[in-house]
Design a protein around this ligand. Structure first.
Ligand SMILES: [Zn+2]
Length: 235
């Protein structure tokens, strides 16, 4: 099997109480024999997003993001959705013909939240082709969704495995290398705790998910808000 190429994309920046300096928003494009598979679509339109100014959000249009990699919107056949937060699923509406693979638990959670605040989210457009899954699933050969709740109740991380490597895109299962390496460094009194861990299952569920990712024995670990790439076992 030819190696599966994972390309990091730069979707813009976000700055919050926790991220006290501009922090990148990364998605990924995976060149798979079946087509181009995206992991997350970046922030969409910030108009109407209540914290747009406070979070100093800079967004980039997906057609321009993909063009940097000589790719186009039409090339994308699948989107593997880590979770349905605005900075990860905000430009879903541009991919009308793609299949969106998402945990059913995440879809339920995010739709309930949107209803509660009267929002019409850009990720949930009419005719969106969602393919809800429950738990771990190899959705295309060499691409496995790992159910990793903790950040949100239906969060998933993406394991890209071939003969050469086992790369994991953690999504927001961990914002940073430090939280990933030592989840106990994020105590409940940490200023980032409430943002990092939103699942009612709390710290325990979140920590179990990080353990689960480590137990998948990745050779490379990619993050969505940290540009560093971990290569466990290599120094
Ligand atoms: Zn995020």
């Amino acid at each position: 099997m030819t190696p599966i190429e994972v390309i990091r994309l730069y979707h813009g920046d976000i700055q919050t109480l926790f991220f006290d300096e501009p922090t990148p928003i990364h998605g990924y494009a995976i060149k798979h024999p079946r087509g181009v598979v995206l992991v997350d679509t970046g922030f969409g339109n910030v108009d109407g997003f209540p914290w747009a100014r406070e979070y100093k959000i800079q967004t980039r249009a997906m057609d321009a993001v993909l063009a940097e990699q000589d790719l186009s919107l039409a090339d994308v056949t699948h989107v593997l959705v880590t979770h349905l937060d605005h900075d990860h699923a905000g430009q879903n509406f541009l991919f009308k013909d793609a299949t969106f693979v998402v945990q059913g638990a995440e879809l339920d959670y995010a739709r309930a939240n949107a209803r509660a605040i009267g929002e019409e989210p850009s990720w949930d457009f009419p005719q969106a082709r969602f393919e809800p899954i429950a738990g771990d699933a190899e959705v295309l050969s060499g691409l496995t969704c790992l159910f990793t709740p903790g950040h949100t109740p239906g969060h998933q991380s993406i394991l890209v495995h071939d003969d050469e490597a086992r790369q994991v895109i953690v999504g927001d299962a961990s914002y940073t290398v430090e939280f990933y390496e030592d989840p106990s460094s994020l105590g409940e009194d940490h200023p980032g705790f409430a943002m990092q861990v939103r699942d009612p299952g709390g710290h325990e569920i979140w920590q179990q998910s990080i353990e689960k990712i480590k137990n998948a024995h990745p050779t490379e670990v990619h993050f969505c808000h940290d540009t560093r790439i971990l290569a466990p076992g290599r120094s």
